[in-house]
Design a protein around this ligand. Structure first.
Ligand SMILES: Nc1nc2c(ncn2[C@@H]2O[C@H](COP(=O)(O)OP(=O)(O)O)[C@@H](O)[C@H]2O)c(=O)[nH]1
Ligand SMILES: [Mg+2]
Length: 293
């Protein structure tokens, strides 16, 4: 079913995206700072082509700052401008505007030389579902112009919103598809809540998350769920232990796996375990002497 349905949908999205892309001067690619790899559209380079692009590592408030700095360096090494943003607080959005203007400076200058601006810089936000596109647009536009959450079926004319005297933003984001054929990507997207829990086995998801966190952030995991160390334990063992510590029990004293799973996922997504990054950039050659910790 998925195989039947997705390609058609994707072809249409691609075509629309290419059409819209023709209207913009600079593209803002929104990624989830916790999972910059998995929240990236696999065809983004092809879609954006030669247009200047800014990578916004959004939800930066939830990501590990040290890891985000590594990603920043990695993106810069790929020749991309990268800015951390928090679409809820608005931090980083001023830098986005500054960068948009810098990227189109020559265009602006030649227009200015001819007397006055012919038209403002045009930009649009693109990204996979749940990276914060609507929140970003709302915040930068300073008012609620798009509903948070995507409602398929409701279509309306796209409009340009002035976000700076010299910059216009398309009020509708470009929705991209994730790397859907990769199970690892599906998993980390599900951890962050980008894939709905009702189509996932939450116990399996929570125990996978536990296993992952036991490797990446063992101390924080142990502290939050009062684990006696995480080493050598499976995700399921950690989940059961957490359930006991939290008193998530059903009759007979067994752990209520459904309940503890929901708690763990909720707490992770709500940053109750602190700022966590689930992906690190691939090691670069010049970094190979051991920047990885
Ligand atoms: N903590 C945090 N949450 C964010 C940020 N940006 C968006 N969100 C939340 O992420 C969820 C998805 O945001 P939304 O704008 O609907 O994403 P879209 O599907 O890309 O349009 C919402 O619950 C937002 O409140 C951010 O920078 N930090
Ligand atoms: Mg949206």
């Amino acid at each position: 079913m998925v195989i039947q349905w997705f390609p058609g949908h994707m072809t249409k999205t691609r075509r629309q995206m290419q059409d819209t892309m023709k209207l913009v001067d600079v593209v803002i690619e929104l990624l989830d700072a916790r999972i910059p790899f998995s929240s990236r559209n696999p065809d983004i380079d092809w879609l954006v082509g030669q247009k200047p692009r800014i990578v916004a590592l959004n939800k930066s408030d939830l990501a590990d700052e040290a890891v985000s700095r590594q990603w920043e360096a990695w993106f810069r090494a790929q020749g991309l401008d990268v800015i951390y943003t928090n679409a809820l607080s608005g931090s980083g959005l001023k830098d986005i505007c500054k960068q948009l203007r810098a990227l189109t400076q020559t265009k602006l200058e030649s227009a200015l030389r001819r007397g006055r601006l012919q038209r403002p810089i045009r930009t649009m936000v693109v990204g996979i579902p749940n990276v914060g596109k609507s929140a970003f647009i709302n915040k930068i536009a300073g008012r609620a112009i798009t509903a948070t959450g995507d409602k398929p079926g409701i279509t309306r004319a796209q409009q340009w919103v002035r976000i700076h005297p010299e910059i216009q933003l398309l009020d509708t984001p470009g929705i991209l598809w994730p790397r859907f054929e990769d199970p690892e990507t599906g998993l980390v997207l599900a951890f962050t809540g980008a894939i709905k829990d009702d189509i996932m086995d939450t116990t399996e998801l929570a125990s996978s998350l536990m296993a992952r966190l036991a490797i990446l952030y063992p101390d924080r995991l142990a502290e939050r769920y009062k684990q006696q160390g995480c080493e050598g334990k499976t995700g399921m063992a950690l989940l059961l232990e957490a359930g006991k510590r939290r008193g998530c029990l059903i009759a007979g004293g067994e752990v209520d796996l459904h309940r503890i799973s929901a708690i763990v996922l909720d707490e992770f997504r709500g940053a109750k375990l602190g700022r966590i990054s689930l992906e690190k950039p691939p090691l670069q050659k010049r970094d190979s002497r051991g920047t990885e910790d």
